[in-house]
Design a protein around this ligand. Sequence first.
Ligand code: NAD
Length: 355
Amino acid sequence: MKDTLEFLYQAAPARVVFGAGSLQHLEREISLLGAQRALVLSTPGHRAGAEAIIARLGQRGAGLFDRAVMHVPIETARAAREMARACHADCAIAFGGGSTIGLGKAIALESDIPILAIPTTYAGSEMTPIYGVTEDGIKRTGSDQRVRPKAVIYDPELTVSLPVGLSVTSGINAIAHAAEGLYASNANPIMSLMAEEGIGALARGLPGIHAAPDSIAARGDAMYGAWLCGTVLGNVGMALHHKLCHTLGGSFNLPHAETHTVVLPHALAFNAAAAPEAMRRIARALGTDSAAGGVYDLALRHGAPTSLAELGMTPADLDRAADIASANPYWNPRPVTRAALRELLQDAFDGRRPA
Ligand code: NAD
């Protein structure tokens, strides 16, 4: 760590409409995009909410594409693009979590259609220029400012239906963005402020949701935290934790938010000695004396999984996971060796509370 401040800060454009009931501003936001006809995107399971959006849009509702799934298969992206073209849509509304917003990004990547996101989980994709498309079983990811949604409506009322279990893991997924942002190689003071504020808001919101899932105040805290943490993800680089979760999700088909929840305490314990200031700020935001222990306890107390074994990994998978995750070098505050990574994976597999 240098003694004097030195950083590059590039503000990314973001129009955010936040608040309980803010879905009421949807028509205004579509007009401000200069658009007339919106294609609404959702997962099959979230179709009812998407239908309600189409109904309120009246003439402006061009169509509903309800086939968003995890990892954006290229065939799904092509079908959605084709539907957008066929129904003369001039904007797309991504209503849902990271999977649906990912589909919106895949549409924006190959057309001039602006995306308006209405996030209903805490994953944070709406604040990033990062996209991913899966073709022949391989997920190709990239970064392109064209895919970043032009406007985002955060309405906590739309997250009341998110099951408590997924709310907690999705919230810890958001905390992971902020935690790694605090020790990023290109960290900057503004993103670090957002990161600490974001973790603090989620540390308030998640227990509140666990106690009362329909509390709009708790849902608002969690969503505010998710926005901030997503902004951090979109502005500074990530490290070991995100790399490891990407490997586990892609190679072992583990669920996204749950995997982040299980791995984060162990990734933080691994990096603790190399990033003491980041750990101090994470712990302060969580209201604990240990960043790694604090995240572990947040998960455990609120019924989230704490071991990779619970997610369906087998002991035999751990060596292969260590091989894949250590194959390509990447930046991390503490250099990563295969042996240390294998140990980390064992701890995460067993669900041991970090010391
Ligand atoms: P998701 O979008 O897959 O949603 C999980 C499930 O929850 C789905 O079945 C969905 O229908 C349901 N759901 C969503 N909101 C709901 C609500 N309010 N009520 C009831 N059910 C609801 O999960 P996710 O964790 O949001 O996103 C994961 C995906 O996003 C991964 O593929 C990940 O790679 C990607 N992601 C990308 C970025 C990025 O910057 N590109 C960032 C974060 C996540």
